[in-house]
Every structure is written in structure tokens, then in C-alpha cells.
Design a protein around this ligand. Structure first.
Ligand code: SAM
Length: 327
């Protein structure tokens, strides 16, 4: 007998898979740039700022010898940061086949287009999988538990449905040891919704990015609808062009609590910069990365349009409840 609800479920699953594929294909197709191409990018200073934010999170929350789970690791852009943190083991997972291949090339120290070679001191395992669909505790049965999980610029891709958002959190929780840490960055829903409400229509942006919501959100109200599946299209020059989902932070926090996480902190990137640029070591790191001008504690090297993109993101740190074994 025809079951309309069953069909709806099926359709939802199918379209979710199509969107996950779109995201994977988008990232897979992004080839490695040469150093010259990278430096010529209209968002080069934003990229450097984001690297600084990730480095600060890693330096603050990782310890020598840690087992690291890098969820949605991409091309392995954070491998060097983890190497500097002297970790003991690394597992990187990403849905994009092309990115995992690039990550493997980088890890193996094969010369890339820039002839950069690097041997890493920690053993690593790299896997291509949909982290928001697959039960990772089964895939990684012999690898865990992990001390720290990092999910950079990627957790929002799990908010297309409740099932995927839950799978993401269940996976991370199952693989972290008690007291283990989750660090991440993702779009700041408060900022995006505020900008949408201030916009004339359903789109807003500047010379380096635009965000466009679907017609179904034309009332610009989200309170009555589900907190999952609030889709928009995100375009960032020389970086991103794919469907993304709003993650209402308070709901994310409550959902994470169901999976034994407690919030350590959550900060918009602007606030993050202002706070950690008070620390001399991180000012020096910023100078070395070339994100901001020498000694300047503001956005001076980023163009105003890049600085506005930084404002679209936030960083968060969660801790899994419980005490680490004292061994
Ligand atoms: N974390 C890396 C970094 O900071 O350089 C990559 C960030 S990139 C903006 C987002 C990454 O999320 C892409 O590599 C993409 O393939 C990955 N991703 C998106 N959906 C995913 C999923 N369902 N499972 C695993 N990876 C996913």
C-alpha cells in the first residue's frame, strides 16, 4: 500500500545524498594551487587568518602524544600544525576522494607542485568516507579512543537533516575518550540570519562572497520550521561554491549535551582575534603566517571585505564528560 510518509522519507534521504555528493564533488574538484596562485588569491589574508585561528585552537587544546581525529580533513592543510604540536597519531577522514588523495600525497612527503616536501613524525591513517552518514566507531574500531577531534569549516555540512547532525555528534562522542576535546570552526548562524534580515531580498554579500537563501525562507523566519535543513548557497571567491546549512548554536549545544559534551567556549572569529591577539605568542604566530600587518592588532592586512567574511564564522570547543584514565 502507498505510504506517503515513507515516500517523503525516501525523497528526503535521496535529496540529502545528492547534496552531500554536490559538496564532495565541489571539494574534490578543487586542485592544489601553486604558491604564486595562492599568494594572488583575493582572499589570501583571510586564508592566513583562518590558518592562524586553527593553529591557536590546536596549540591551546592539544598535547604532545595525542591521538587526533581530523574530521573532514580536506587536503591535509592542518598536518603541519599537528606536527608542530608533536601529536602521536593522526586519522584524517573526508568525503571528497580528490582531497584525501592530495592529503595522502602531502603526508607521504611526495613533492607537490610547489616542490614542498615534508616528512611527518606521526603515523597516520587517511580514509574517504561520509562522516555524517557512516558509523565511524565501526570503521575505526581499532584506532580509538582519541584525545582530540578537530572539525574545521565542515560541521555545518551535517545539518541538512537531524539524522546526519546526530550521526556527526554520535561519531565524535563514540571515538573520543572521557575528557576528550572537540575543536572546530563553522559559520556563525546569528550573523548570517542577522545579515539576511537586513538584506533587501534573500541574498547578501560583498566583492568576495555571497549567500543566497532558497525561496522557501522568504519570510526570513526560522522559528516555526525545523532547525535542520535550513539551506543556503554559499560562494566564496577562490574557495567555496556549494550548498550549506544553518547551525543554530543553542540547538547545536543542546544536541551536543545529549551526546555527553559540555561547552568550553564559542566565539565569533572577530572576538577570537581580539582575544588571542592579546597574547604575545599568538601575535608572533600571526606575524609569521603573514595574516596581519607587523604588530597590528586589528584587521589591517585583510581587506574590509575579507574581514566581513571572517565575521561569518565562529570557533567552538566542547569537552566530552568524564575523567581521563590516569595511566
Ligand atoms: N578541514 C579542512 C580545512 O580546514 O582545511 C577542510 C575544510 S573544507 C572548507 C570542508 C571540507 O569538509 C571539505 O574537504 C569537504 O569535502 C568536507 N566534507 C563535507 N561534507 C563531508 C562529509 N559528509 N563527510 C566528510 N567530509 C565532508
Amino acid at each position: 500500500k502507498h505510504n506517503p510518509l515513507g515516500d517523503a522519507q525516501f525523497l528526503e534521504d535521496e535529496s540529502t545524498k545528492i547534496f552531500a555528493r554536490k559538496v564532495a564533488d565541489h571539494y574534490s574538484a578543487r586542485t592544489n594551487q601553486t604558491l604564486e596562485q595562492r599568494e594572488a588569491s583575493p582572499i589570501i589574508h583571510l586564508k592566513k587568518l583562518n590558518n592562524w585561528i586553527k593553529s591557536v585552537l590546536i596549540q591551546l587544546y592539544s598535547k604532545r602524544g595525542d591521538a587526533v581525529l581530523d574530521l573532514a580533513c580536506g587536503k591535509g592543510g592542518d598536518l603541519i600544525k599537528w606536527d608542530k604540536a608533536k601529536i602521536g597519531y593522526y586519522v584524517g577522514i573526508d568525503i571528497a576522494e580528490g582531497s584525501i588523495e592530495d592529503c595522502r600525497t602531502r603526508y607521504n612527503g611526495d613533492a607537490d607542485q610547489n616542490q614542498r616536501r615534508k616528512k611527518f613524525t606521526f603515523p597516520a591513517r587517511l580514509i574517504c568516507a561520509d562522516c555524517y552518514e557512516v558509523r565511524l566507531d565501526k570503521v575505526l574500531a581499532d584506532d580509538g579512543p582519541f584525545d582530540i577531534c578537530s572539525c574545521q569549516f565542515a560541521l555545518h555540512y551535517s545539518w541538512s537533516t537531524e539524522a546526519r547532525a546526530r550521526r556527526a555528534l554520535a561519531n565524535i562522542s563514540a571515538l573520543l575518550r572521557p575528557g576528550g576535546i572537540l575543536i572546530g570552526t563553522m559559520p556563525d548562524a546569528n550573523v548570517i540570519i542577522k545579515k539576511l534580515r537586513e538584506a533587501e531580498g534573500l541574498a547578501f554579500g560583498n566583492s568576495v562572497y555571497w549567500v543566497r537563501f532558497d525561496e522557501e525562507f522568504s519570510d526570513k523566519k526560522f522559528k516555526s520550521s525545523s532547525p535542520f535543513g535550513i539551506k543556503y548557497k554559499f560562494h566564496l571567491e577562490d574557495a567555496v561554491d556549494c550548498p550549506e546549512w544553518i547551525v543554530p548554536f543553542q540547538i547545536f549545544k543542546s544536541l551536543a549535551e545529549e551526546y555527553d559534551f559540555e561547552l568550553v567556549f564559542a566565539k565569533n572569529s572577530h572576538e577570537f582575534v581580539h582575544e588571542y591577539m592579546k597574547k604575545p605568542d599568538f601575535v608572533e604566530l600571526m606575524r609569521r603566517l603573514g595574516a596581519l600587518g607587523d604588530g597590528n592588532q586589528d584587521q589591517s592586512t585583510l581587506s574590509p571585505d575579507e574581514w566581513e567574511v571572517a565575521y561569518l564564522y565562529m570557533s567552538f570547543v566542547l569537552r566530552k564528560r568524564g575523567q581521563a584514565d590516569k595511566t
